[in-house]
Design a protein around this ligand. Structure first.
Ligand SMILES: CC(C)(COP(=O)(O)OP(=O)(O)OC[C@H]1O[C@@H](n2cnc3c(N)ncnc32)[C@H](O)[C@@H]1OP(=O)(O)O)[C@@H](O)C(=O)NCCC(=O)NCCS
Length: 146
């Protein structure tokens, strides 16, 4: 059964989320996470959709100011992509952020994922730039506060 969960840093579920991130976001680029890449996770809010206890989609939120955050590390398991899990997860997280008076969300989208974020109401606000060796665009969405 599909469940939306906030993930506790360094819990057993956190370890599985790191594996999902490695598999989807890093391994295809020939990269892995270092200890220092992961140590920043303790300052962020981590979320996942799980299916029978296994994470199938994940993302995390880095606070930037009192009212502005960055969405990072968005990944959906390969065999679960294009089944509306990514968009469901983003919407669930946006609702939590709205209840916390967050007004805007930024992210660095891979060029290949820009269309996904556009469908969720994010807008490109930068020139194309390279991050982790591949083209990205900065995107922004203003969300209503409650
Ligand atoms: C990009 C990603 C997060 C999208 O999640 P997903 O669960 O596959 O997407 P969804 O099924 O929720 O798609 C929602 C809508 O966006 C569209 N969409 C999904 N991926 C897209 C893409 N890469 N480009 C354009 N549109 C896309 C879907 O067709 C769907 O449109 P619809 O509502 O008209 O049917 C996921 O495919 C993924 O993890 N990809 C590999 C890693 C990655 O690129 N992460 C993002 C890093 S910035």
């Amino acid at each position: 059964m599909l469940k939306f969960e906030q993930i506790t840093y360094q819990s057993p579920l956190y370890d599985k989320v790191v594996q999902l991130r490695e598999r989807i976001l890093r391994a295809p680029l020939g990269l892995t996470f270092s200890e220092s890449d992961l140590s920043v996770d303790k300052n962020e809010m981590l979320f996942a959709l799980t299916d029978n206890g296994e994470p199938v989609a994940c993302l995390q939120i880095k606070p930037l100011t009192e009212t502005h955050v960055k969405l990072r590390q968005m990944a959906v398991d390969t065999n679960r992509q294009r089944q509306n899990l990514g968009s469901k997860l983003v919407r669930e997280v946006e609702n939590i952020l709205k209840s916390q008076k967050i007004k805007s969300i930024e992210l660095h989208a891979r060029e290949s994922a820009v269309g996904f974020y556009q469908k969720l109401g994010y807008h490109v606000v930068s020139e194309r730039f390279i991050e982790v060796g591949i083209p990205h665009f900065k995107m922004l969405k203003v969300i209503e506060s409650l």
